[in-house]
Write a protein that binds this ligand. Sequence first.
Ligand code: FPP
Length: 246
Amino acid sequence: MSLKDVIIKERLPRHIAVIMDGNGRWAKKQGNARIFGHKNAMKAVRDVCEACAELGVDYLTLYAFSTENWNRPKMEVMGLMDLLVSAINTETDTLIKNNIRLNAIGRLTDLPEKVLVNLKDAIDRTKDNTGLTLTLALSYSSKVELVEAVQSVARDIEAGKISADSIDASVISDHLYTRGMPDPDLLIRTSGEFRISNFMLWQLAYSELYFTPILWPDFDKEELYKAIVDYQQRERRFGMTSEQIG
Ligand code: FPP
């Protein structure tokens, strides 16, 4: 039996965010170079996208590369950038076929030209799709995102567009890279690490967190179903009492 049959369709998380961790350890366990782990990560990426699209999840956000990841050995960074280019090129037709809209958040201008050009092209080619929105977090740092949001709000004040007193949570949300997207309902992190690692600090305020020891290249559809079933067994109170949400 698949756990897919246990999922309550009416209570799906609308937005799932994933910290895909453990590629390096997965490769090392087999005596291979780290990049081998990243290459094998693509099957898990495909599986999770397909499962989300099939289930009817609206948003899937994948933490693919952090600003801190630029400090990794040059060979690994170059390998990851090449992998991104080839993934975008080989998968865009599949995205179109599956009505998936590609999106990206982060300091995209940090990316090498070839990644940026291919990424923009794929985003443009999928922009009219109406199914799952797949967002890649690339050169992403939540603290940088918040700093840029504050700068942007400050500029709006300087320009007389808004007053300091009118700033509320929705103003901040509207200045983040994720503007227009609902906050994640469920955050999944693989590889047994219990950290947020500078990922969507504002947006994860009320998300349910799911940690699994599975290394990312071993994550598959069934593992995703397991996370969703776990999520559906939780009571989301948003600071209220059980009786209030009854
Ligand atoms: C974490 O494992 C993984 C990454 C930093 C990179 C993940 C990116 C990809 C698989 C490319 C994704 C491409 C698309 C198109 C979504 P790690 O290297 O930190 O593993 P470790 O903790 O075991 O060292």
